[in-house]
Design a protein around this ligand. Structure first.
Ligand SMILES: Nc1ncnc2c1ncn2[C@@H]1O[C@H](COP(=O)(O)OP(=O)(O)OP(=O)(O)O)[C@@H](O)[C@H]1O
Length: 331
């Protein structure tokens, strides 16, 4: 075993990414910590605006002004990424860490043929001949389930369906065999059949190659089927994390419980859909104490002070009033 292998793939510690806007400071990521082991799939879940994407962008070094990583540490196989120059970060991106976005056109260039784009992605990080780069591109397309890869290599992005385009974007992410892939809702816009195929293939790739995955989504059923561990984010902070089994089958944070209970598939037919009352608070003017307290049925006076992330019942939890009796709808 090399020294690199002994480190978890990724350790994020006390990460804070804030946006310094004219209206005030948006604390998009506020003291976030988690670990992803080699070959492990972590689901990062939460409502819209909870800071999931900005956590991913922070790891990728893609935060632009007025945003800034204010503090914390991001270690990839033990090596600190925070503080690397733009040039050093470019050598890491697409090579050791890759990102797949909801819209594959964030990765693909509409005016270039697929082979050109794939080979450029290889040449950016590897010294290989054109013949080898073409073979690697062809193999990557085949690996994500694209049939007739030789013919597809010479096509343009608009000649693919949405699902196929996303497969090409995934193939590009795989080209340089990254240690970590961050997927930001890559299957949300796809129909359930294509979604299922892509999830299956990604899971297989991780198991076979030891690649780690962070899967950002608000779809808990995707996390339940795909991930090993899960971090639940609310208003820029992780409120609960642990194995998928622990957190999704026996949620202890009222917010996690609310997310699970509000999934349409969990609701008895013919009854009004359950939902978490109220709205996500503005990250610019968060209330003191627990940010979820105004929406929480369990909140008491103590919630006006900020709960810290602590070990509780086999997971980490940021709450003064854990849910202990999990109603049937979640089970
Ligand atoms: N350039 C920016 N300037 C100011 N605030 C920003 C900027 N970019 C992101 N934010 C804020 O950061 C917060 C977190 O956004 P983020 O995209 O990480 O949420 P998310 O959980 O991924 O949501 P979604 O599921 O909708 O993608 C949001 O409140 C957003 O408004």
């Amino acid at each position: 075993m090399t020294t690199q292998d002994q480190h978890p793939a990724l350790i994020v510690e006390n990460l804070k990414t804030h946006f310094f806007t004219h209206g005030g400071i948006v604390k998009a990521v506020d003291d976030v910590s988690f670990t992803v082991n080699r070959g492990e799939i972590m689901g990062l879940v939460g409502e819209s605006g909870s800071g999931k994407s900005m956590t991913g962008y922070s790891i990728m070094g893609l935060i632009d002004p007025p945003g800034r990583l204010v503090s914390g540490s991001i270690r990839l196989q033990g090596k600190e990424l925070r503080g690397l120059t733009q040039e050093q970060m470019r050598a890491v991106r697409g090579n050791r860490i890759a990102m797949i976005f909801q819209d594959p056109m964030m990765t693909l260039n509409p005016v270039l043929r697929i082979d050109t784009q794939m080979m450029e992605a290889i040449f950016a990080h590897q010294k290989v001949s054109r013949t080898v780069a073409r073979e690697m591109s062809r193999d990557a397309l085949a690996r994500v389930g694209i049939s007739s890869p030789d013919e597809r290599l010479v096509a343009y992005p608009h000649q693919f369906s949405g699902g196929m385009r996303q497969r090409v974007a995934i193939a590009i992410a795989l080209l340089n065999k990254p240690e970590l892939i961050i997927c930001d809702e890559p299957t949300t816009a796809l129909d359930v059949t294509i979604q299922g195929q892509i999830l299956y293939e990604m899971q297989k790739l991780c198991r076979e190659s030891g690649t780690s995955l962070i899967w950002i989504t608000h779809d808990l059923s995707v996390v339940a089927g795909l991930a090993d561990t899960v971090c639940v984010m609310y208003a820029g902070k992780i409120v609960e994390s642990g194995t998928v089994h622990q957190v999704l089958e026996a949620p202890r944070h009222p917010y996690t419980y609310g997310l699970i209970a509000s999934a349409p598939s969990r609701n008895p037919h013919g009854q009004p859909l359950k939902q978490i009352r109220g709205m996500t608070p503005s990250l610019m003017n968060l209330p003191s104490g627990c940010a979820f307290r105004s929406r929480c049925d369990h909140a008491t006076e103590v919630c006006a002070t900020a709960p810290v992330l602590e070990q509780y019942d086999g997971r980490t939890l940021r709450c003064f009033h854990p849910v202990t009796v999990v109603p049937e709808v979640v089970q």
